[in-house]
Design a protein around this ligand. Structure first.
Ligand code: AMP
Ligand code: MG
Length: 314
């Protein structure tokens, strides 16, 4: 949602098919959650392919309606405006529960209550000046994983302070990718790629290939049955007094992170990749790699402004 203006634009479907044995290649693209969403899949007929893609795009559309912080009518915005809900939708609950988990394992680096700080950052970007310290201090009062609760049995959510604002910009897109991926799978399609603004999930490789060719910062890699998210301030940043503040916020300071350039995070699901990429970006190189080393089937590559380090776990 960097990159991301949470727009929902009516479908522009680009579809092409290239014959390839029993299945054909189909490609579709629409704009959702403020980013181009591209689906490539191999299906036996164009009808099956189109239906699968249509259903997948519909999931993006309805998840945006639930989770957008730009839309004051979204379920998320209403939840924040009223300080809680006795029963949130299942999708929102799953994402909030995961958000709490990623906040806990990252010692609060990942924190979906950063909304008030993100608003200050957006203003800074427009005005090209840092927010007043007083505003940052006020925002800090409203940010923290301990300031909200969820109840597994009832699916209720409580925000403990007035003015709190959830921002799911670092996790909802990953969740939507997974949802779309599962929907396409249910149409009997195993060879697929769902890409939303550079974060993606891939299934089994295209027929006859060993993997999906992925451009990772200029390097072509082959990937299958995995997901990858990229976090960074390459496009979203504001430069003030020679310092580049990215749109990813350190919840302890209230300011945009300045240390890393890009984090590539590979994980079994796109939601995990999305949340962890952001968490590592905030944690920085040492702590970020230490976190990833503890997690199974997750790997990270960190690009510093000048050099590159990487670490993998199985
Ligand atoms: P991503 O591109 O996935 O790293 O997500 C970046 C977006 O997540 C930002 O534009 C904010 O909306 C939101 N965000 C910023 N800082 C944080 C943070 N520390 N934890 C969770 N979400 C954040
Ligand atoms: Mg993310």
């Amino acid at each position: 949602m960097q990159k991301h203006y949470w727009l929902s634009i009516f479908p522009l479907i680009v579809c092409c098919a290239v014959a390839s044995g029993a299945t054909e290649r189909f490609e579709f693209e629409e704009l959702h959650m403020g980013v181009p969403v591209r689906i490539i899949l191999y299906a036996p007929t164009s009808e099956i392919a189109s239906k699968a893609a249509q259903d997948a795009f519909a999931a993006f559309y309805s998840l945006n309606k639930i989770m957008s912080d730009y839309d004051s009518d979204s379920e998320l915005s209403q939840l924040c405006a009223t300080g809680g809900s006795d029963q949130v939708s299942e999708d929102l609950f799953v994402v909030l529960r995961a958000a709490k988990h990623y906040s806990m394992i990252s010692d609060g680096a990942f924190d979906v209550t950063v909304g008030p700080m993100v608003r200050l950052w957006r203003r800074s970007r427009r005005q090209r000046e840092l927010p007043k310290e007083l505003y940052v201090e006020q925002a800090k009062e409203l940010v923290g994983n301990h300031l909200w609760e969820l109840n597994e049995c009832t699916r209720s959510v409580r925000l403990l302070k007035t003015g709190m604002q959830f921002d799911l910009g670092a996790i909802a897109k990953g969740y939507a990718i997974d949802k779309a991926f599962e929907i396409i799978q249910k149409h009997g399609i195993s060879s697929q790629l769902v890409d939303a603004g550079g974060d993606f999930r891939v299934g089994s490789p295209p027929p006859g290939a060993e993997g999906w060719k992925i451009d990772k910062g200029g390097e072509i890699v082959l990937m299958k049955e995995t997901a990858m998210a990229t976090s960074g301030g390459k496009f979203q940043f504001v430069e003030i007094a020679g310092v580049r503040y990215t749109h990813i916020i350190d919840p302890t300071t209230g300011y945009g992170m300045t240390e890393l350039q890009t984090v590539y995070l590979t994980a079994p699901t796109a939601m995990e990749a999305d949340a962890l990429a952001t968490a590592v970006f905030v944690l920085g190189k040492e702590k970020g790699m230490a976190l990833i080393a503890k997690l199974p089937n997750v790997s990270v590559e960190i690009v510093l402004p000048e050099k590159k380090v990487s670490k993998e776990t199985e």
